[in-house]
Design a protein around this ligand. Structure first.
Ligand code: SAH
Length: 357
């Protein structure tokens, strides 16, 4: 029994196939049957685990990085501290604990959380109650003023479309149709697509992905930061460009068929950072940096050693494993990338090279 699947099959039979973007939106955010609307998917007992859930060091170091960018811009007061998709609120809890030592930071900070899931809003509201967070549906809801923003594993949940190059150079969109009982893959008739026309290096049969909502969001963030000051730190798995099929479904920490059980698995795609940096103009984009390099540059090893002094036995082993998991190139260190946006003319953000990506 899967009510969402039945409804999607009925809808496709009536109105025709869905793009991957339409499918992702329905599966992730449907008001009653969506993946994020109905559960807390994070942690060992859930479907996936994220960096802040692996170690407190992640949120601590990111919080101190943001506070440094705030100080570099003259410590504006008040300022908006915003997180996109805060999950269980762990990253922000750790960031705010670490920044208690930064003079004036907490007094000037107004905390705003952009979150679609009522379930996760409740968790975040509990964990961060001391900071009186204000919930928002999107960037447009945030008050004016300097904006310091963080987004970890948020952009990967934004709906993508997939296009496959055809022999003549035109593109077919990968669509989701039905045989009456199951959801099945199909291709739209080939057509030219202006936005993809410049991609000369894609062979026939290859797939590229586009994410218009990510670019629109980056544009909003970039315009705000360029005109009102602030900085954004975007972290996710991906690369500069989109190449190949990266659409994936995770349930209980394993890859599953994304069409098998709509609303029951997390659906994501790799983030293409190049188009995000481009869309964020006139804000200045940093070069894209692998997460492991970034975390080491902002002091993860000294922080890890300090924490290790009070640990022993299994707790020490798991602390060492967490450090490795976040930074080692074979684990999250290379696949995950970091991109910063700051105003043109402001000091360069700590630990990141100047762009273009
Ligand atoms: N940043 C957290 C959680 C990542 S999971 C961490 O690192 O642990 C993705 C988060 O984004 C969840 O909180 C999810 O509910 C939220 N989310 C996904 N799509 C969203 C959208 N379109 N609008 C607002 N929040 C969204």
């Amino acid at each position: 029994m899967n009510a969402l699947k039945d409804r999607l099959i009925a809808r496709i039979a009536r109105l025709g196939p869905l793009s991957v973007a339409d499918y992702m939106t329905e599966c992730l955010l449907h008001p009653t049957d969506g993946y994020y609307t109905t559960r807390d998917p994070l942690g060992r007992a859930g479907d996936f685990i994220t960096a802040p859930e692996i170690s407190q060091m992640f949120g601590e170091l990111l919080g101190l990085w943001l506070a440094q960018v705030w100080m570099d811009q003259g410590a504006p007061s008040p300022f908006v501290l915003a997180e996109l998709g805060p999950g269980r609120g762990t990253l922000m809890t750790d960031a705010l604990r670490a920044t208690r030592v930064v003079p004036g930071f907490h007094a000037a900070m107004r905390l705003h959380l952009v979150e679609a899931s009522p379930k996760l809003r409740a968790v975040q509201g509990d964990r961060l109650a001391a900071y009186a967070p204000v919930f928002a549906d999107g960037l447009a809801d945030l008050p004016a003023g300097p904006l310091f923003l963080i987004a970890n594993e948020f952009f990967d949940a934004l709906p993508i479309r997939q296009f496959q190059r055809q022999a003549g150079g035109d593109w077919s969109e990968r669509m989701i149709g039905t045989d009456g009982e199951s959801l099945i893959w199909g291709l739209s008739p080939p057509a030219p697509i202006a936005a993809l026309a410049t991609l000369g290096d894609i062979a026939a049969g290859q797939i590229v992905e586009t994410c218009a909502p990510a670019e629109a969001l980056a544009g909003e963030i970039g315009r705000r930061i360029a005109t009102q000051g602030g900085g954004a730190l975007i972290i996710d798995y991906g690369a500069r460009d989109s190449r190949g099929d990266t659409f994936q479904a995770l349930a209980a920490h394993a890859h599953v068929d994304p069409l098998a059980a709509p609303g029951q698995a997390d659906l994501t795609a790799h983030v293409a950072f190049g188009p995000i940096a481009q869309a964020a103009l006139p804000a200045r984009a940093s070069a894209i940096c692998p997460q492991g390099v970034f975390l080491e540059r902002i002091g993860m090893t000294p922080r890890a050693e300090k924490l290790a002094r009070s640990l022993g036995g299994a707790a020490l082993q798991s602390h060492i494993a967490a450090h490795k998991r976040l930074t080692h190139p074979d684990e999250m260190g290379h696949l995950f990338k970091v991109l910063a946006l700051t105003p043109e003319g402001s000091p360069l953000p700590p630990a990141l090279d100047p762009g273009p990506p």
